[in-house]
Design a protein around this ligand. Structure first.
Ligand SMILES: NC(=O)c1ccc[n+]([C@@H]2O[C@H](COP(=O)([O-])OP(=O)(O)OC[C@H]3O[C@@H](n4cnc5c(N)ncnc54)[C@H](O)[C@@H]3O)[C@@H](O)[C@H]2O)c1
Length: 490
């Protein structure tokens, strides 16, 4: 393939050349117009080639992930490969159905017409990805964008350079840059990309940067999907299966070293079962990762923090909590040099501790005892709406009540994180935790414009509304408006 101007990075800064970005963006215009009429078979062929290329580099990805942050190969499989492979499988299976125009019934004033909705590719799309699932959150949205028939520019995170380099190499082998281009870099590269009038931006990252992206998009009225983060709370009541809760929550909290957007952030546990819950959590940590920090540090089952800066950030949260009187029920050890934070359980945390307002994004779980559920609900509602809310209870009425009284991107009942993997559920946040959704048909729709089409028939009710408003027309129009008090006519 002829790729004369791919991936131009200034070696002294690691940033992409803005002129190269502009060239790729310009080159994608003609292709994006041509791809408006791309068939399902052509799009599926692109998805299959992406899948084959990923599988061919599987072992390389294991090494890259280990080099970047000590991520176990099985977690690379389950949290990076599996979601992308499943997204591809789902799109290949359902794409023809998703692309089919959807007929809709006429309503009162559109009698005599036919109408349908066509999913049209948005055009030139930008995908900006975070570091915490660097492959999944870059190639996952790419699958939806390609399924929907778009050209794409990808901006992976600068924090996982080995994984990014592999993704660059795959994209370079598979696509011309007028189809899919990728630019590595940090803030200057993002800023140069965000200045361009893309047709859609799909951003995954923090709420703070989400605001920057939305403000940049507003300059061109570019549509956005924002997949953001936040503090996802857990409520465990006295009817819960505590063993299962601890086993599942310790997985959700400690996989990827807690650096998961939908990780349970902190737990409200009923005071009558708190000690038992803590004992179960401690047992699970010991069995899975080792009883001491030394064992945990070399555990092949436990990822590390992405870098020393973030390790220091988590250490700062722990120091602040300790200084304000928090009790360490487990862990607390930090080794900045090896980016290690031990699985940690905290108790007795004052509400003004930084760890109670900042997204933790590390293997630390604050545990808060409750007696009054209304107070817990009030506390949750006083925070920005979270990406997920998890409820552990066998009391159905109480579960329904908590759900009705709160808002969150998604909910897990007696489970956590797994809703992310359900391809038939929209995945996304609400307000501070995100705008729009991803996965399956929701990802396809995020990258499609739902175009409304109306075709006139031989007889059209609307003609009765044309001027001049003489004779019986004013009366007829009034009658039509009054008739709308009636139940649906068509
Ligand atoms: N909702 C989801 O699906 C989801 C998934 C994973 C992570 N997250 C969230 O992402 C965050 C962690 O990831 P992160 O630290 O990489 O996020 P981040 O917001 O710092 O960075 C995300 C991307 O934006 C770029 N960027 C950083 N600052 C920028 C700026 N000022 N202007 C333009 N671009 C900028 C980065 O280079 C990176 O590619 C957490 O808040 C987490 O909850 C959300």
């Amino acid at each position: 393939m002829n790729r004369p101007m791919m991936h131009v990075v200034d070696p002294s800064t690691g940033e992409a050349d803005p002129a190269a970005i502009q060239r790729a963006f310009d080159a994608q215009l003609a292709t994006s117009l041509a791809w408006r009429t791309s068939t399902a078979a052509q799009r599926i062929a692109r998805l299959k080639s992406l899948r084959e290329a990923m599988l061919a580099r599987r072992e390389d990805f294991y090494k890259a992930f280990y080099a970047d942050y000590h991520k176990p190969a099985s977690e690379v499989e389950s949290t990076e490969f599996l979601p992308v492979m499943d997204e591809i499988r789902h799109a290949i299976g359902d794409l023809r159905k998703w692309m089919r125009p959807k007929r809709v019934w006429p309503t009162m004033t559109t009698g005599g017409t036919s109408a349908w909705i066509e999913a049209q590719p948005r055009g030139r799309c930008l995908i900006v990805a975070p570091w915490n699932f660097p492959l999944n959150l870059c190639f996952g949205p790419l699958v939806s964008a390609l399924a929907a028939g778009n050209t794409v520019i990808l901006k992976p995170s600068e924090m996982t350079p080995q994984v990014s380099a592999l993704m660059v190499s795959i994209i370079r082998d598979l696509f011309r840059e007028d189809e899919v281009a990728v630019f590595e870099g940090s803030l200057p590269t993002s800023t140069a990309l965000l200045a361009l009038p893309f047709d859609h931006i799909f951003f995954t990252g923090s709420p703070a940067v989400g605001k920057v992206v939305m403000a940049a998009a507003a300059k061109h009225l570019t549509s956005v999907t924002l997949e953001l983060g936040g503090k996802s709370p857990v409520i465990v009541d006295e009817t819960a299966d505590l063993k299962s809760a601890a086993e599942t929550l310790m997985w959700g909290k400690l996989a990827n070293c807690g650096q998961t957007c939908v990780a349970p952030d902190h737990v409200y546990v009923h005071e009558s079962v708190k000690d038992q819950f803590v004992a179960e959590c401690r047992r699970v940590i010991g069995e899975r990762y080792g009883k001491t920090a030394e064992e945990q540090k070399v555990s092949p089952h436990f990822a590390h923090v992405v870098n020393q800066r973030h390790t220091q950030r988590i250490a700062g949260l722990l120091e602040d909590a300790r200084a304000r009187g928090a009790r360490f029920l487990q862990g607390g050890e930090v080794d900045v040099a090896s980016a290690f934070v031990a699985p940690t359980l905290l108790d007795n945390i004052p509400a003004d501790a930084a760890i109670m307002s900042e997204e933790i994004f590390g293997p630390v779980l604050p545990i808060i005892a409750w007696r009054d559920l209304d107070a817990v609900v009030r506390e949750i509602n006083a925070q920005p709406k979270p990406l997920a809310l998890y409820i552990w209870s066998h009391n159905k009425d109480r579960t329904r009540r908590i759900m009705a009284q709160t808002s969150s991107g998604g909910v897990g009942i007696n489970h956590c994180v797994l809703h992310y993997a359900h391809g038939n559920l929209p995945f996304g946040g609400v307000n501070n935790s995100g705008i729009g959704s991803a996965h399956g048909i929701y990802g396809f729709k995020a990258f499609s414009h739902e175009r409304a089409v109306l075709k006139s028939g031989p007889v059209m009710v609307a003609k009765l509304f044309f001027p001049p408003y003489t004779g019986f027309k004013p009366k007829l129009i009034r009658m039509v408006v009054d008739s709308l008090k009636l139940p649906k006519l068509f």
